[in-house]
Design a protein around this ligand. Structure first.
Ligand code: ATP
Ligand code: MG
Length: 346
């Protein structure tokens, strides 16, 4: 039974290693995660961080090496069938039939969930409406676009009206409009009481739509909280100033000191590579104008000024020392290096 105040999902010290010996890959390394009932929760992390592994274990499709997973107070390892009944899972890659129509696929799926005919028809009609599938649901799936297929996947996951919807990168590869449509539906579901847990690579979307999020790296959570609190913890707005090229390194140092001494300035980075851009972290709105005046006084008129609140990318950068994109490039690089080593061993 669920304890009072227990989160809907409680994952504790989850570990999972694929393969053995030299080829072993530790996909989860002590994962800790709590998701409150009724929230929309985002999992962020670069390729290979362990998101799919964690979601598959949660959905009882994969066994961990150790650790515990509870859904609504039910032990997912001891009672997988009960947990499966509580949740809907939309996998990262779904192979769908090409010959059947979307409606036929949903009907088949409804049979798997033992919905009776009337229930099934009613639920399909609701989902067709919710996901805007009316124009094409009776066409064969073979001709669906990526966005249509993703909506159909989402409908399959929702057919039995689960309390918890788990989605692995539901919007990857879709255009902005289809992504927005899916997020709208997820938000709507969540407002209606469904708990939604999803993984994503789109920082801006998670930022705008998730109630809370966790950043995963190498199988553990390295930052967790509401987007606003995570960003606030970084503190300060980001300001980029463009000025003329510095005449020499000494001038760059002098300018850096001058800016550093201004009240409200936390950090100054002079981008030597580009010759004339200055990146600062400032405490509040008025500071940027102050800086512009200071620089003008030092014979450095500002050509352009951009100010932004810290983004989740900045949160990611702070937690890991690199941006999400850099982390993904590094993963891709190490994969290539591994493949090369294998080749050369042959
Ligand atoms: N079936 C498998 N056999 C061997 N290694 C695996 C297997 N599945 C995943 N891995 C490895 O486990 C690690 C975590 O993979 P996982 O798919 O969980 O990451 P992910 O965060 O979902 O990545 P992505 O963003 O690319 O989907 C990676 O190093 C991956 O190569
Ligand atoms: Mg994945």
């Amino acid at each position: 039974m669920a304890q009072m105040g227990e989160p809907l999902i409680a994952i504790n010290d989850l570990r999972k290693t694929y393969g053995r010996g030299e080829a072993a890959v530790a996909a989860l390394d002590g994962l800790q995660l709590n998701v409150a009932a009724g929230s929309l929760y985002g999992l962020l992390g670069p390729n290979g961080a362990g998101k799919t592994t964690a979601l598959r274990i949660l959905c009882t499709l994969l066994a961990p090496d150790s650790g515990t997973v509870r859904v609504a107070g039910v032990d997912a390892l001891a009672e997988p069938r009960v947990v499966r009944g509580l949740l809907g899972y939309v996998a990262q890659e779904v192979a769908i039939d090409k010959i059947l129509t979307g409606r036929e696929l949903l009907q088949l799926q409804g049979d798997l969930y033992h919905l009776d005919r009337a229930q099934r028809q009613r639920r399909i009609a609701e989902l067709v409406d919710l996901l805007g599938m009316g124009d094409w649901i009776d066409r064969r799936c073979g001709g669906y676009s990526g966005g249509m297929r993703r909506r159909l996947d989402l409908a399959s996951g929702l057919l039995h009206s689960p309390r918890l919807l788990v989605l692995d990168e539901p919007t990857v590869g879709l255009d902005i409009e289809s992504r927005a449509a899916i997020w709208r539906v997820l938000r709507q579901l969540c407002d209606g009481g469904t708990t939604v847990l999803l993984s994503s690579h789109y920082l801006e979307e998670v930022d705008a739509l998730a109630d809370r999020l966790a950043i995963l790296e190498a199988g553990r959570v390295i930052a967790e909280g509401t987007p606003a609190v995570l960003k606030q913890a970084l503190g300060g707005d980001r300001v980029t100033l463009r000025v003329r090229e510095f005449s020499d390194a000494e001038e760059a140092t002098r300018v850096q000191r001058l800016l550093q001494a201004c009240p409200g300035v936390r950090q100054v980075v002079v981008n030597q590579a580009q010759g004339y851009s200055l990146n600062l972290v400032v405490e509040h709105d008025g500071v940027a104008e102050q800086l512009r005046r200071q620089l003008a006084g030092a014979d450095l008129p500002v050509f352009a000024l951009a100010q932004s609140r810290p983004s989740l990318d900045d949160v990611y950068l702070q937690a890991t020392g690199r941006t999400l994109m850099d982390a993904e490039l590094a993963v891709a690089g190490s994969r290539d290096a591994k493949a090369e080593r294998k080749q050369s061993m042959r």
